[in-house]
Design a protein around this ligand. Structure first.
Ligand SMILES: [Zn+2]
Length: 141
């Protein structure tokens, strides 16, 4: 991989509320329609207060994003902490966090430019570690 930043995380087939979609677009994320109910996201800067849950449509469980200030989806289930952490912004710069545990520290992440961050135990927030990494290293480059 070339360039100074890690690859932008892509979330596919995500369900969005209208306020969540508007907040994602306003924050500069690419949001494209995948079907009547689902969207693809190239997540460069998750807006604060975004909540990631599982929703049910028929027999399928689909990731749903909504704002914390909105009511829950009619069928809503908790996700694992690491999945919730995928929509938490970098506490230093607001960009997306990507996996960077490297086999050592569960919940350790770096943002797209390399700021170190530690997810909370429930995956709903992150604290800055004030370390900076080379974001290309995650991909073994
Ligand atoms: Zn950052």
């Amino acid at each position: 991989m070339r360039g100074q930043v890690a690859a932008v995380p892509r979330l596919e087939g995500v369900r969005l509320t209208v306020p969540a979609r508007e907040a994602l677009i306003e924050a500069g994320n690419a949001v494209t329609r995948a079907s009547d109910l689902q969207w693809h996201l190239d997540l460069t800067a998750p807006p604060k207060g975004l909540v990631s849950v599982l929703t049910r449509i028929g027999a399928d469980f689909i990731r749903g994003l909504r704002l914390a200030t909105e009511p829950a989806y009619p069928t809503e289930y908790d996700q694992s902490w690491w999945e919730r952490g995928e929509v938490v912004p970098c506490p230093r710069c607001g960009r997306s966090l990507v996996w960077y545990e490297a086999g050592y520290v569960p919940g350790y992440r770096i943002c797209l430019v390399g700021h170190g961050a530690q997810l909370s135990a429930d995956g709903t927030s992150a604290k800055s570690t004030w370390r900076t990494h080379n974001p290309r290293r995650e991909y073994g480059q």
